[in-house]
Design a protein around this ligand. Structure first.
Ligand SMILES: Nc1ncnc2c1ncn2[C@@H]1O[C@H](COP(=O)(O)OP(=O)(O)OP(=O)(O)O)[C@@H](O)[C@H]1O
Ligand SMILES: [Mg+2]
Length: 364
């Protein structure tokens, strides 16, 4: 897929703007505070239901307005057709439309728009908490495997119930039931993640131009249990949870399982966060995110979107060059922002260029 049109209303500085996007490269340039990041935030709201800069939708809604709206026209590359979709968000309300029909779930909207965002905070994929890396891997599983989302949602529901049982003595009678349910889903989520990781690894090796100096990291999945516990051995898990019951009751929440998994990023056997320079970690995060975008599709004809906010400020000249070389060969739709258009235009001669000024994007 790709987006041939993006319309944004009442998102931060953007009162109303519309972009007719090109199928491949799009460049948005403009001065500080012109609204470039706001546009990408709006795109993130469409694809994920939230911005990459804040979890609070209230901050995104233009001052004085009650809701923001983002809509797009999706070109379905395979079948050749196109359809509209969009979302309006107020502080308490969300309305989603896909092809003129109301839709309840953000996940359904997300499934139409595989957006990978690279922005100044992306380095946290390497430096930040395991939850970011779980979400990163689960994103691939979400797009590759139709049943992943249902399993993931079930897991969240069961986890919540089980935590209530651990915390509240009145609910304790149901602990055994919810532990059983939690165990049942361990091998399922683990296998999805193993497969997502395998796809990621293939695509990471393909983008090795970016990592020539650093080397390809070794990615290791931990399953949320101590090292010797196998997430696919149901009997072993039952025994493990019996042993840990006292400890979990004392803590009042579930200490083990898929919700505690992590993706370890190792360079020569050592966590990257302990050996790599800041710039190297940024590069690593960028390489992982590009690989994520490509890994989301199980067949090469499917395309996603890669949006990059303010890349020039993140990498040195040589690494920027390596990144642009990689991006030039990608099949994904690109939306790239920067404060100056010459450097971007030189690198993407065929890009469609938009100038962003006071929250309005106009074709140059
Ligand atoms: N809720 C809001 N309503 C109106 N304006 C807002 C709101 N939130 C932020 N702004 C303003 O919108 C602008 C946001 O600009 P944005 O971050 O999109 O700029 P940018 O083009 O990415 O700039 P830079 O090059 O500095 O990254 C800022 O001037 C900010 O003060
Ligand atoms: Mg910005």
């Amino acid at each position: 897929m790709w987006l041939s049109r993006l319309t944004v209303n009442h998102c931060r500085i953007i009162a109303s703007t519309e972009l007719e996007l090109a199928a491949h490269a799009n460049v948005l340039y403009g001065g500080n505070a012109s609204g470039k990041s706001s546009l990408l935030e709006a795109l993130a709201v469409l694809s994920r239901g939230r911005s990459f800069r804040t979890p609070r939708i209230a901050e995104l809604i233009q001052r004085g307005e009650s809701e923001l709206t983002v809509s797009a026209k999706v070109e379905n590359g395979v079948a050749g057709g196109s359809y509209p979709l969009g979302v309006s968000k107020g502080i308490q309300t969300t309305r989603i439309r896909i092809n003129h029909a109301d839709v309840q779930q953000q996940a359904e909207l997300s499934s139409h728009i595989p957006l990978t965002l690279i922005h100044p905070g992306s380095v946290e994929l390497v430096t930040g908490s395991p939850s970011l890396r779980r979400a990163f891997l689960d994103w691939i599983a979400f797009y590759r495997f139709a049943d992943f989302n249902q399993a993931w949602r079930n897991y969240q529901r069961i986890l919540k119930q089980r935590n209530t049982c651990l915390r509240d003595p009145k609910q304790r009678y149901a602990l055994g039931h919810w532990t059983g349910q939690l165990i049942t889903l361990q091998p399922i989520l683990y296998r999805y993640r193993v497969q997502a990781l395998a796809a990621l690894q293939v695509d990471l090796e393909a983008s090795d131009g970016l990592l020539v100096n650093l080397g390809i990291p070794h990615l290791q999945l931990s399953n949320g249990f101590p090292g010797n516990i196998d997430a696919e051995d149901i009997a072993g898990l039952q025994q493990f949870f019996r042993q840990k019951e006292e400890q979990e009751l004392k803590q009042g929440f579930s200490l083990y399982g898929a919700h505690r998994a992590d993706l370890h990023i190792l360079l020569e056997g050592v966590p990257a966060v302990r050996v790599a320079s800041r710039g190297q970690m940024k590069l690593l995060a960028v390489a992982l995110l590009l690989a994520q975008s490509h890994a989301a599709a199980d067949d090469a004809a499917k395309r996603g979107i890669i949006a990059i906010d303010d890349l020039a400020s993140e990498l040195d000249e040589q690494n920027q060059q390596a990144l642009y070389n990689t991006l030039r060969t990608t099949q994904q739709q690109l939306i790239i922002t920067g404060t100056h258009h010459e450097p971007l235009r030189n690198r993407f001669a065929d890009a469609r260029v938009f100038h962003v000024e006071q929250g309005k994007a106009s074709l140059r």
